[in-house]
Design a protein around this ligand. Structure first.
Ligand code: ZN
Ligand code: ZN
Ligand code: ZN
Length: 145
């Protein structure tokens, strides 16, 4: 996986730095999305002097290169997620525990066709994210915990 990251960074002409690799490793270990400050806290155990703006900048570069995904949270805060699934798919995010689950199903092709027929332009991509409570969090909520 470390080599995969190096390859991905090379393709984007991003220099392979220990900090970038560390950010990717932190995100890879999680099945939840993380905010820049959480990532910064974890990074500081290895890079004592790393500043928060550096973390913000690196995350933005990695997201622009599609190595990591930006999560659209209703609280408008920035979050990032590294998905091991490389094929096109969508995400379900739990607003309570921040877990991310893959949705390997999409019905938007029909909608895209409808748009193409009406707009007569070209559709390049679509964004879809389902927000909610995961099974565990939903159960807890029902049990009044
Ligand atoms: Zn949850
Ligand atoms: Zn995914
Ligand atoms: Zn889709």
């Amino acid at each position: 996986m470390r080599n995969n990251f190096s390859l991905a960074l090379k393709k984007l002409n991003l220099k392979i730095t220990p900090k970038r690799l560390a950010i990717l490793e932190i995100l890879m270990k999680e099945s939840v999305f993380l905010g820049p400050e959480e990532i910064w806290k974890k990074l500081r155990t290895r890079f004592k002097k790393i500043g928060l703006p550096t973390v913000y900048r690196n995350l933005e570069e990695l997201a622009e290169g599609n190595i990591i995904s930006k999560i659209n949270h209703p609280n408008r805060q920035l979050y990032y997620y590294l998905c091991p699934n490389q094929s096109p798919h969508h995400h379900f995010i739990c607003l309570s525990c921040h877990k991310v689950e893959d949705i390997n199903f999409c019905i938007l092709k029909e909608l895209e066709e409808e748009v193409i027929n009406n707009i007569r332009g070209k559709v390049l991509s679509h964004i879809l994210q389902i927000n909610g409570l995961c099974k565990e969090c939903f159960k807890e909520r029902k049990n009044g915990l």
